[in-house]
Design a protein around this ligand. Structure first.
Ligand code: AMP
Ligand code: MG
Length: 419
């Protein structure tokens, strides 16, 4: 057996970042920048008011109340032209409007009273120079490096790029990942199952997980338990995909031909591994074709397939997509029940539901049956507790959890009561 870390190290050593592409900034959400982004203009482009009120000269309102003559009105979007605010004068100004020449501060409307139908204003509070003025370039200045390469684009980044007028950015593309299921027992058609057949659940599950992880899933259908047919599927797949996931056929059964085919197609890069982990022990890997496309031979048992994806494929695909962080967030939690296990030389990954305990510590409870065919417990889990070799932990002891679904933890917003 080989440790998870050692197997993963090999897989990652065989994967490379994809070649960067230019994409519209509006479509870069979730992608990783391949080049730093520099500002070619100031944001904001001009000094402007951050309040509805009066643009004035701070020196005129040192002693209050002070009465000022209102000479003009400036709305957001207006060009003040040659307008100058002189001594004893003020300009009615709205949020976002250009600061007129001569004015160095804004008094918010709440601290003023208008007189003479708006032709004069009484200012009741002194304001320091610069008050409620947003200087040009106070968010981003021309020439600034706003984002380094390696930065993952979130919605706020899209907003910054738009504010700078940047139409395109250089990013690592989403890996296109083919998914193929193997197994003569599989059926994908709706309707009753023939005796001995089961429904193909790995392919839809893996395609969905790829989508959730920001990769581009490609459905390659099913392959029979036949080495030649499977080899043909893989040879085709590597011409159109950046990576390929297969499920099934990596154990020691009579029809388990994935290992043989990957060895034939991948030569020296092929590995058939017994990983010291439960679930997801059997795993095959190879790079195939002139593009050295990584092919992940995931196990067939449904829980094992998705856990093996988590252990090996997801970090590798994140590497290809340019991400700097490859793994799931790890948090400390407390076992909410005994989590016992036999000593067997393996890392055990327990499907658990984490919930916040009264003191803020998360409590981990098994989410259901832990066999590798029991998918329901994986669907009910928001984390995997990693139990190192030993006899497990007792309720109340600390555990390490890999967080699969951060949103499920809730947090900053109070939960609504029952409706
Ligand atoms: P294998 O490694 O091919 O022997 O598969 C191990 C177990 O997983 C068997 O019980 C298979 O029937 C099951 N299995 C394999 N592929 C799938 C799939 N795509 N969907 C659901 N179960 C599968
Ligand atoms: Mg099979």
């Amino acid at each position: 057996m080989i440790s998870v870390e050692e197997a993963r190290r090999y897989v990652l050593s065989q994967c490379r970042r994809l070649a960067p592409v230019e994409v519209p900034a509006s479509g870069a959400l979730g992608l990783v920048l391949a080049q730093p982004v520099r500002a070619a203009e100031d944001v904001p482009p001009f000094a402007n008011s951050s309040m509805d009120g009066y643009a004035l000269r701070a020196a005129d309102v040192v002693a209050v109340p002070a009465r000022l003559r209102v000479t003009a009105e400036l709305m957001a979007g207006d060009d003040p032209g040659a307008l100058v605010v002189g001594e004893g004068e003020a300009v009615r100004i709205m949020t976002g409007a250009v600061m007129p020449t001569g004015a160095d501060a804004v008094c918010m409307v709440e601290h003023t009273r208008t007189e003479a139908e708006g032709r004069s204003v009484v200012v009741d509070e002194a304001v320091a120079p610069g008050t409620y003025v947003r200087p040009a370039g106070s968010d981003v200045a021309t020439g600034d490096e706003v984002f380094p390469s390696g930065e993952r684009v979130r919605a706020a980044h899209v907003s910054v790029l738009a504010s700078l007028g940047l139409g395109h950015v250089s990013v690592y593309p989403r890996p296109r990942v083919g998914v193929v299921s193997t197994g003569d027992e599989l059926a994908s058609e709706p309707g009753p199952l023939a005796v001995g057949k089961i429904r193909d659940s790995n392919r839809p599950g893996l395609l969905a997980q790829l989508h959730a992880d920001g990769f581009e899933p490609i459905d390659l259908g099913r392959a029979p338990d036949d080495a030649d047919a499977f080899a043909e599927v893989i040879e085709q797949a590597v011409t159109a995909c950046d990576a390929v996931l297969t499920s099934g056929g990596v154990s020691v059964g009579d029809r388990d031909m994935v290992k043989i085919v990957l060895e034939k197609l991948g030569g020296a890069t092929a590995r058939w591994l017994q990983v010291a982990v439960r679930p997801a022990k059997p795993f095959a890997f190879s790079t195939v074709g002139p593009g050295q496309v990584p092919v992940f031979g995931l196990p067939g048992n449904p829980v094992s397939a998705l856990v093996s994806y988590e252990l090996f494929a997801r970090p590798a695909l994140r590497l290809m997509a340019g991400h700097r962080t490859l793994g799931r967030p790890v948090i400390r939690a407390r076992a909410g029940a005994d989590l016992r296990r036999p000593v067997d030389g393996k890392l055990h990954l327990v499907r658990v539901t984490l919930t916040p305990g009264p003191d803020g510590t998360f409590v981990a409870r098994p989410s259901g049956g832990q066999s590798s065919h029991q998918m329901l417990a994986l669907a009910g889990a928001n984390a995997l507790v990693a139990l190192p070799d030993g006899d497990g932990v007792a309720a109340g002891e600390d555990v390490t959890a890999w967080l699969l679904d951060p949103d499920s933890l809730g947090g900053a917003v109070a939960e609504p009561g029952p409706s």
